[in-house]
Design a protein around this ligand. Structure first.
Ligand SMILES: [Mg+2]
Length: 165
């Protein structure tokens, strides 16, 4: 399962040194390099889904652009599925993705990996979290190149620890 912002895309109102890959309202959206390579590499081994803490209309628009002809998504969730909590340090809100909610889609929690640049959103199931550096538009970003191998490894580790219990 993938987060969107700063994981697969960078959406900004600022101008970068190149044209955005697509636009959403007054945001330019830049797709993280090597997205297609990464999706094609993992598609034979994993079901693919999205869970973002952005709005539903943004998620639907981004998903069309990102996955349209590359991979079929099992579902694409947005902020309305997140749990809202006050963040004590900032007094703002943090939107937590509680993976137990995905069980309703037919997946055991031990079978889910979520790739997300924000650890604070996965606090309830940190073992399922695959941390990725935040993508902020750099054209030479290569985090997605190594992600397929990282996911396969993380899945094996989780499987072993589940069998061991
Ligand atoms: Mg993010």
């Amino acid at each position: 399962m993938f987060d969107l912002d700063e994981t697969l895309v960078h959406a900004t109102k600022e101008r970068l040194d190149r044209k955005p890959d697509f636009r959403f309202e007054d945001y330019g959206v830049f797709i993280r390099p090597h997205l297609r390579f990464m999706l094609e590499a993992i598609a034979p081994r994993f079901d693919i889904a999205v869970w973002s803490s952005a709005t539903k209309i943004y998620v639907e628009s981004a998903v069309k652009q990102l996955f349209g002809d590359v991979a079929e998504l099992k579902f694409a969730w947005s902020i309305d599925r997140c749990v809202q909590r006050v963040e004590p340090n900032s007094n703002g809100y943090v939107y937590i993705k509680d993976l137990r909610k995905v069980q309703g889609q037919g997946y055991a929690v031990e079978g889910i990996l979520i790739v997300d640049d924000s650890p604070e959103k996965i606090v309830r199931q940190p073992r399922n979290h695959v941390l990725i550096s935040a993508f902020t538009g750099a054209e030479d970003d290569d985090a997605l190149l190594e992600l397929p191998a990282r996911l396969v490894h993380a899945a094996e580790v989780m499987k072993k620890s589940t069998v061991g219990n």
